[in-house]
Design a protein around this ligand. Structure first.
Ligand SMILES: Cc1cc2nc3c(=O)[nH]c(=O)nc-3n(C[C@H](O)[C@H](O)[C@H](O)COP(=O)(O)OP(=O)(O)OC[C@H]3O[C@@H](n4cnc5c(N)ncnc54)[C@H](O)[C@@H]3O)c2cc1C
Length: 533
């Protein structure tokens, strides 16, 4: 992702030379503030990762930050990070420049055309219906922003994103604000600032968001705004007045409330949809679509041309989602939390709280009664650890020794010395059946799965480049029937991968039977004697 952002910055800085149209890119640098030692630690970790990609970054004191950004109050700050290579672009100019660059290289752009349907043959998209007629295609890219979910539905493609109200204000000119003023981010106050025509743009990511568009986004809503919502904006305004007291007496030129789409985990959605071949998606940009457009555009182009993700893109891969992620009521609940993730403290092993519990093992209540602290994976509640006597089963987030460590050590020792049972019901379960099931699995699994019925094989699912797609156990139930147990996060990814390898003349079906079976794992040093007894 860091490489991707860097590519975007380089593109915005150099595109004018290619197209003759300015992008409005201004390398003014950025300052990110830390109000707490924990935020400083988080910034240090981010910066260490960024530096490993050659990005210049420097830790600065609050006083040094104030020298570059004089209007800000610093008495509550621990420190800051200065990124000299960062900057800001003008969205309108940037869009025009990107469009011109595309046209120069042969792209044709038709505006005001609405896609009303898709044509799918043998599981592959071969065309689209529009209000101006049919267009045949080999590849289709759904980059319809907040409309992408509904557009996906027309083809049975699952694109979980939901709009939320999103705000910024623009002030009149302020003394001391100039075009070279760095972008300022104050994540502990949920806010950011940048210069615009001598005044400030101030926006933010409030921790409790207001979802919008529950009944669908009106088709002709582009270029429209929502009514002011001062109740929702107030938390950002209070923080802004705290950080920049000058705002108390500055005239506000514009309050802007525009909907933007957010995804359940705060990462955007990229890649080929598992449901339909040739159907690609680039959407759900969580209010970073301008910053990420260049990099995400390059990645999806390489994905389309190369036929596979050009890098490890698991965090943004569309196949990380399940159908339930598009349930409107769940999605709405999650969006309340998702918008704030942009500036939230992302602790190690941080668990999101909204829309839970959703999928539960039949043993859930019993595990809970035993002091289980649950985490969530693809909607499943899974035991992360069991509280020790006197301990509350709740995580205490931090960067030091975690409060679950002793409990986990005890569990580990039990495995080494004794016998334990793990409830792994969340594991994905896929039934692969049909005349050619064995032939197909033999082709895509690394291990030899041609075992006699009643046996099982632990194996890797590989792609055409020899890369690792999944880590699974294949049980041969009958000659033409296999039960695959895969990771909790993997079933939709694996189904897509397996289905894609069924040849035209092969007869195989793949069914997700995850909810139909529990998985209990008996393991530990004394497992054999336990099972014999
Ligand atoms: C208040 C606010 C502040 C923001 N600030 C920033 C910021 O500082 N930095 C940043 O990087 N990002 C910011 N963003 C987010 C950024 O604007 C978006 O992420 C970005 O515009 C999304 O681009 P997109 O191309 O994915 O979607 P869009 O720009 O929404 O484009 C989707 C297009 O698809 C078209 N479409 C939809 N359905 C169909 C159909 N059926 N047929 C044909 N066409 C269709 C729509 O008409 C639209 O033109 C902000 C957003 C808001 C609301």
């Amino acid at each position: 992702m860091t490489k991707m952002s860097r590519y975007g910055i380089d593109l915005y800085a150099t595109l004018e030379a290619e197209t003759g149209l300015a992008t409005g890119w201004k390398q003014c640098g950025s300052i990110t503030l830390a109000r707490t030692p924990e935020r400083m630690t988080l910034l240090q970790r981010t910066i260490a990762a960024a530096r490993s990609f050659g990005i210049e970054a420097e830790f600065i004191t609050p006083a040094e930050a104030q020298k570059m950004w004089p209007m800000m109050r610093i008495d509550d700050l621990v420190g800051a990070v200065w990124l000299p290579g960062d900057g800001k672009a003008n969205p309108t100019d940037l869009t025009q420049s990107l469009a011109k660059g595309a046209r120069n290289r042969g792209a044709r752009i038709f505006e005001g055309v609405q896609i009303t349907g898709t044509i799918i043959e043998h599981g592959r998209i071969v065309g689209v219906e529009t209000d101006r007629g049919t267009v045949r295609c080999e590849t289709f890219l759904n980059c319809a922003g907040q409309w992408a979910r509904d557009l996906g539905k027309l083809s049975g493609v699952n694109i979980p994103l939901h709009s939320a109200e999103h705000f910024y204000l623009v002030t009149k000119e302020i003394e001391g604000v100039h075009t070279d003023l760095p972008v300022l981010r104050d994540p502990d106050g949920y806010i950011y600032y940048k210069e615009e025509v001598g005044g400030l743009v101030m926006g933010g990511f409030e921790p409790v968001a207001k979802p919008w568009g529950m009944d669908g986004i009106p088709p002709k809503f582009e270029f429209q705004l929502l009514p002011d919502n001062m109740d929702q904006f107030q938390v950002l305004l209070d923080e802004a007045v705290h950080r920049t007291p000058v705002l108390e007496t500055t005239e506000i030129k514009l309050f802007l409330n525009g909907p933007e789409s957010f995804t359940p985990d705060g990462n955007f959605i990229l890649g080929e949809a598992p449901e339909v071949r040739g159907y690609f998606v680039a959407a759900g940009f969580n209010s970073a679509g301008i910053a990420n457009a260049g990099g995400a555009g390059k990645l999806i182009a390489e994905w389309i041309v190369g036929g596979a993700a050009p890098a490890d893109l698991l965090d943004v891969d569309i196949r990380r989602f399940a159908p339930f992620n598009s349930n409107m009521s769940w999605l709405k609940d999650r969006t309340v939390e998702a918008l704030g993730l942009h500036y939230a403290m992302r602790w190690p092993r941080h668990e999101l709280e909204s829309g839970r519990p959703l999928r539960r093992s039949p043993l859930y209540d019993r595990l809970q009664a035993k002091g289980a602290c649950f985490g969530s994976k693809l909607g499943w509640e899974r035991v992360s650890w069991f509280a020790l006597p006197g301990q509350t089963p709740e995580p205490q987030y931090g960067f030091g020794r975690p409060n679950w460590l002793d409990a986990c050590i005890e569990e580990q020792l039990a495995v080494r010395k004794d016998v334990v049972i793990f409830d792994q019901t969340s594991f994905g379960k896929l039934m692969v059946q049909g005349r050619d099931a064995a032939q197909l699995l033999q082709r895509i699994c690394a291990n030899d799965i041609a075992v006699a019925p009643g046996n099982m094989v632990y194996t890797a699912l590989l792609n055409a480049r020899g890369g690792f797609e999944s880590d699974l156990t294949v049980m041969r139930l009958e000659a033409d029937c296999f039960l695959i147990i895969t990771g909790s996060a993997q079933p939709y990814r694996d189904i897509g991968h397996i289905k894609r390898h069924i040849r035209e003349n092969e007869h195989v079906t793949v069914t997700d039977v995850t909810s139909g079976y529990c998985t209990l794992t008996v393991t530990g040093r004394k497992r054999s004697s336990c099972c014999r007894a």
